[in-house]
Design a protein around this ligand. Structure first.
Ligand code: AMP
Length: 452
């Protein structure tokens, strides 16, 4: 049983005050384990279920350790970057920095987030005023390094959040270029929800005698998520989705698709059918992505169609349902996608629409999560029209469905437009880059040894 309090973890009163205000009463298991280890200057390899409070697990001890450097001075020289937090996606970057800022509100420590997709010049003046804690996506940080708008020679703590996703998204070359610019003497913390062999290899190169923390079995899913697979023909998926979205428990849903094109199409199709839906994916501008996410968080949009870009790290209060319109080909992504629901102890539903062609990926997913998911062969009405649904009432803000527009032509000229992808996310590398880092190799911890 976890009876430790935040005060027991030796956090300063100004940090405790912010936690009390945020409504945190007791540390989560990952926090109870990680905070003392980080305060004790240890490197960390931490695995935790999504939504377990891992941001505070690294942010709180970082703030505590940097408190002696807090300064009210306006001189940039008094505010060098001392902690660097690298994350794979823009949304996660924004979210992590918001948390850090909240926890640091009663200190004189400054934080900033920099990420791609927005004009770099808007970030430069803020960087130049000096910040102790910088949250960044790797690509944009390199841009700032090249423009000499940031110095990393005073970094004493480095966090790699969602390290497995950084590998997947091809960030390793960028990461390698950043790591050589950091002081060799530093503390490194690595967080990953899934432990692939590559992640284990990365941790060997990157961490020195790390403390291993695993608050749940790796690749485990929150136990409070009810999972179900609907076996369905690809052509019937839309009708089934519409049916699921009419359920009483579908007040706010993230629907995952494999491609940006499907995400956009589905959002438009649902909008035409009267569902308040929006899409979030890498071809949208950063502003559009943020607006869609905000509308969803505020309940103005009830269905958010997302590609895996949005799968990591998004923390949406009380999200009751996630639907995989297409299941991911990488089994780890399934864990991350459905981890959007059932956060912080709430219950959630995760439905996957699986066509016969996708069943092979389902096998891999079940192998990874070591669970056989309940399956049902879907019976879908053979009409794609969406039956009328009562209009939302004023005290039902998340349920903003409308009656379908009658006799709308089925053909949408939008579908005739050629698909021109914008390159906004790094392409995954065709071969895995060699990864030599500037730290001596640590012995392989027992947890990471292969059993065969
Ligand atoms: P994370 O796993 O960092 O994305 O956090 C998931 C959610 O749990 C966020 O909404 C946090 O604000 C919240 N949270 C983190 N730590 C605690 C805590 N000790 N008590 C209550 N809520 C927490």
């Amino acid at each position: 049983m976890n009876t430790v309090s935040f005060a027991d973890l030796k956090l300063a009163p100004e940090i405790l005050k912010a936690l009390t205000e945020a409504g945190y009463t007791t540390p989560t298991p990952i926090q109870a384990q990680a905070i003392p280890a980080v305060l004790d200057d240890q490197d960390l390899m931490a695995g935790a279920q999504t939504g377990t409070g891992k941001t505070a697990a690294f942010a709180l001890p970082i703030l505590q350790k940097l408190l002696p450097h807090a300064s009210a001075s306006t001189s940039p020289a008094r505010h060098p970057v001392r902690a660097l937090i690298l994350v794979p996606t823009r949304e996660l970057a924004v979210q992590v920095e918001e948390s850090v800022k909240g926890y640091a509100k009663y200190t004189n420590l400054r934080s900033l987030v920099v990420y791609g997709g927005v004009d770099i010049r808007t970030q430069t003046p803020h960087l130049k005023t000096g910040v102790e804690i910088l949250v960044a996506t790797p690509g944009r940080l390199l841009d700032h390094i090249e423009q000499k708008t940031v110095q990393l020679n005073m970094v004493q703590m480095l966090v790699l959040d969602e390290a497995d996703r950084m590998l997947d998204m091809g960030f390793m070359p960028a990461l390698k270029r950043i790591l050589v610019l950091l002081p060799r003497r530093r503390q490194s913390l690595m967080f990953s929800a899934t432990f692939s062999d590559e992640i284990k290899k990365l941790s060997e190169d990157f961490l020195i005698y790390p403390t291993l923390i695993e608050v749940a079995r790796s690749n485990a899913l929150a136990e409070n998520i009810t999972q179900k697979v609907y076996l369905v023909e690809q052509a019937d998926k839309h009708a089934l989705l519409a049916q699921l979205l009419r359920g009483d428990d579908a007040k706010q849903v993230i629907v995952f698709t494999k491609t940006k094109l499907t995400a956009s199409r589905l959002a438009r199709q649902l909008q035409r059918e009267g569902v308040s839906a929006d899409a979030i994916h890498g071809d949208k501008s950063q502003l559009e992505r943020q607006q869609a996410l905000e509308s969803f968080k505020q309940g103005k949009v009830s269905v958010l169609i997302a590609t895996d870009v949005a799968a990591r790290g998004l923390d949406i209060d009380h999200l009751p349902m996630v639907i995989n319109y297409e299941i991911p080909h990488a089994a780890e992504d399934y864990v991350h996608r459905i981890g959007r629901t059932g956060r912080a102890g709430a219950s959630g539903k995760a439905f996957s629409l699986v066509s016969p062609e996708e069943e092979k990926y389902l096998v891999e997913i079940e192998k990874l999560i070591k669970t056989t998911i309940e399956k049902e062969t879907a019976v879908v009405p053979h009409t794609h029209a969406r039956p009328a649904r009562p209009a939302a009432t004023a005290n039902e803000p998340h349920h903003t469905y409308h009656k379908p527009v009658a006799n709308k032509p089925a053909h949408d000229p939008w579908f005739d437009q050629p698909y021109i992808p914008k390159v906004t996310e790094p392409a995954p590398p065709t071969t895995r880059p060699a990864f030599a880092l500037d730290k001596p190799k640590a012995p392989i911890p027992a947890l990471f040894r292969r059993s065969n």
